[in-house]
Design a binder for this molecule. Structure first.
Ligand SMILES: *Cc1c(COP(=O)(O)O)cnc(C)c1O
Length: 374
């Protein structure tokens, strides 16, 4: 049982769709599937802009989302309060983009006021983009994208480029309502399908920037992807089986409804956090900035808990990244997750703590039930 922040569990209907023989990526049958999948992707992205499908993991689409709209030496602000924020700064370094890292401690959210000050001071409009990780998976912190984006909009010139890999399909990311320019996500997170596809939504302002952006690009040239997407196709052989599986997954999501999906993720976050607190565990992120898709728990027993819950209950939880390795473990609760899964995981966690010699009273499961039934 996977309780990690990707890959996430895959429903049986999706697994069965994956088992079908591949069909030609230039066939009429596949073109029809692409048209339907693209329409459904726009629905879940809450946008009428382009949503392009790339055969790549989340990092690949995020790299595409950065390099297609910028030029060498461009001035860019990168929000950095965890592993993924750091990664986007490294991508910029690799391409010779001139970054200013706007940092917060790991476990803390980015401070929108710092962005406001830097953006307001930029009267010459030299800042070309602001790169933000919405849900920082390494810490379980959700950044205040809505407010930061408001300051980017007030600046007028800079694009906002968003890593929504653990928020899209799990939390509110209303692309058109907020006017987000570039938003990247990946198949193995909120989409209920395995790793291998990435998605990037691109708005008109970003396409304007594309015209003059001069960084090298070939496979990840989004202009090429856009041209072919207009014909419900892709420039290169896409993962046809994954697209077929995605169609099934998106149909399930449409049947559930966007608001219900978001409410379910919040309920599962609240149940997980209430249970952890009742078990005497320390939550790494504060309630005010807790991601709906992932909960990080700080404990010196992190690795013992992970190996014991795997051995006794066959549940996989994620470890801490970088300096948090050994002192944090992370519970993924995004995508195809039900109330039953949360209860199972919390009961197993309580059982694990007992095996490790903690005083256990059942308070964790009780707290989870209280949230799930409220
Ligand atoms: C998983 C993840 C990614 C993408 O990672 P890949 O391994 O390349 O799919 C990017 N950002 C965040 C916040 C993530 O959780």
């Amino acid at each position: 049982m996977l309780m990690i922040p990707g890959p996430t569990p895959v429903p049986e209907q999706v697994l069965l769709a994956l088992a079908k023989s591949p069909i030609g990526h230039r066939s009429g049958d596949f073109t029809k599937i692409m048209a339907d999948v693209t329409a459904k992707l726009k629905w879940i992205h809450q946008t009428t802009n382009d949503v392009l499908i790339l055969t790549a993991s989340g990092t690949g689409v995020m790299e595409a989302g950065i390099i297609n709209f910028l030029s060498k030496g461009d001035r860019v602000l990168v929000g950095e309060n965890g592993k993924f924020g750091e990664r986007w700064g490294e991508v910029c370094d690799a391409y010779g983009i001139n970054t200013e890292r706007v940092k917060a401690e790991w476990g803390q959210p980015l401070d929108p006021e710092v962005f406001r000050q830097i953006l307001e001071a930029d009267t010459e409009k030299s800042i070309k983009a602001v790169i933000i990780t919405h849900s920082e998976t390494s810490t379980g912190v959700v950044n205040d994208l809505e407010t930061i984006n408001r300051y980017v909009k007030a600046h007028g010139k800079a694009l906002i480029i968003v890593d929504a890999v653990t928020s899209l399909g799990a939390m509110q990311v209303p692309i058109d309502a907020w006017g987000l320019d570039v938003v990247a996500s990946g198949s193995q997170k909120g989409y209920m399908i395995p790793p291998g596809l990435g998605f990037v939504a691109v708005g008109e302002k970003a396409w304007e920037a594309y015209k003059t952006a001069n960084l090298p690009r070939y496979y990840f040239d989004l202009g090429k992807a856009r041209k072919d997407a207009k014909k419900d196709s892709t420039p290169f052989t896409t993962s046809v089986n994954m697209v077929v599986a995605l169609q099934v997954a998106l149909k399930m999501m449409q049947a559930e409804g966007l608001e219900n999906i978001f409410a379910r993720h919040i309920r599962h976050r609240n149940a997980t956090r209430a249970a952890a607190k009742a078990m005497g565990l320390e939550l790494y992120a504060a309630d005010s900035c807790a991601s709906a898709s992932i909960t990080a728990i700080a404990t010196p027993d992190a690795e013992k808990i992970r190996s014991t819950i795997k051995k006794h209950f066959d549940i996989v939880m994620a470890g801490g990244q970088d300096h948090l390795n050994g002192s944090v473990f992370r519970i993924g609760h995004l995508g195809f997750v039900s109330d039953r899964d949360i209860l199972t995981a919390m009961a197993a966690l309580e059982g694990t703590l007992q095996i490790l010699g903690h005083e256990v009273s059942g308070a964790g499961v009780k707290a989870a039930i209280a949230v799930l039934n409220s």
